[in-house]
Design a protein around this ligand. Structure first.
Ligand code: SF4
Ligand code: SF4
Length: 84
């Protein structure tokens, strides 16, 4: 099971950044309903069960605000690629 930890206090906000929203191939990120202590709105995961563990969000976040734990579910991505 993949785990995606969002370190809200390190995020500069989905409105001014939002890179995680664009790089997630599953479109799992949306804005949180809560601000962090700096007044920025961090992302939240909408459906963790669909996360493939690709780590795009962790790799591309410029503020190291996302940590992905767990294995990459390569077989699922390979199956989806057949239909593209
Ligand atoms: S690990 Fe990949 S699929 Fe999971 S939330 Fe991050 S970008 Fe999306
Ligand atoms: S990429 Fe990182 S800094 Fe940018 S909105 Fe997402 S969590 Fe915040």
């Amino acid at each position: 099971m993949t785990k995606v930890n969002i370190i809200s206090e390190s995020c500069k906000g989905v409105e001014s950044c939002g890179i995680c929203i664009y790089v997630c191939p599953k479109g799992l990120f949306g804005p949180s309903s809560d601000m962090n202590s700096f007044g920025y709105i961090p992302p939240k995961i909408q459906n963790i069960d669909e996360c493939t563990g690709c780590q795009n969000c962790m790799i591309y976040c410029p503020d190291f605000a996302i940590v992905v734990q767990g294995r990459y579910r390569e077989e699922e991505t390979a199956e989806e690629d057949e239909y593209e």
